[in-house]
Write a protein of this length. Structure first.
Length: 129
C-alpha cells in the first residue's frame, strides 16, 4: 500500500509540474505580447518627433490633409498598445497567482530562488556547482 501512495504522490507531483510548465509557456506568450505593445507604443512618438523636427520645412495648414489622418492613426496605435500592455500585465499577474497556488499545493516542490533569502540562495548555488 505504501508503494501505491508513493506512485500517486509522484503522479500528482508530475502533473503539478506539467501544469506549471504550461503556465510558464503562457507567461512567455504574455511577455511577448507586452513587448509587442511597447514596440507599437514607440511608433507614434517617433512619427511625432520627426514631424516636429522637420516642421520648419513645411507649412502646417497646407498639409492638414496628411497630418489629420496621421494623427488619427497615431491615436489608434497608442490605444492598441495600451490595450496590449494592460492585457498582458493582467494575464502575467493571474498566471503568477496560479503558479503560486500550484506550488503551495505540494510542499515537495522546490521554492524558487526569488522567494529564497540570500543565505538559501548561496546554498542552492553551491549545490549546483
Amino acid at each position: 500500500m505504501k508503494e501505491i501512495d508513493e506512485i500517486k504522490e509522484c503522479e500528482t507531483e508530475s502533473s503539478i509540474v506539467a501544469k506549471i510548465t504550461m503556465l510558464l509557456a503562457a507567461k512567455r506568450t504574455s511577455l511577448a505580447v507586452l513587448r509587442t505593445g511597447i514596440a507599437i507604443l514607440t511608433l507614434p512618438f517617433s512619427v511625432v518627433t520627426v514631424l516636429i523636427a522637420t516642421s520648419g520645412h513645411y507649412e502646417f495648414t497646407e498639409n492638414m490633409l496628411f497630418i489629420i489622418p496621421l494623427m488619427g492613426l497615431n491615436t489608434v496605435l497608442v490605444v492598441l498598445s495600451f490595450y496590449l500592455i494592460f492585457r498582458s500585465m493582467r494575464r502575467i499577474l493571474y498566471q503568477d497567482k496560479l503558479i503560486q497556488r500550484l506550488k503551495d499545493m505540494d510542499e515537495h516542490l522546490v521554492k524558487s530562488p526569488d522567494m529564497a533569502d540570500q543565505g538559501n540562495l548561496d546554498e542552492l548555488t553551491d549545490e549546483a556547482l
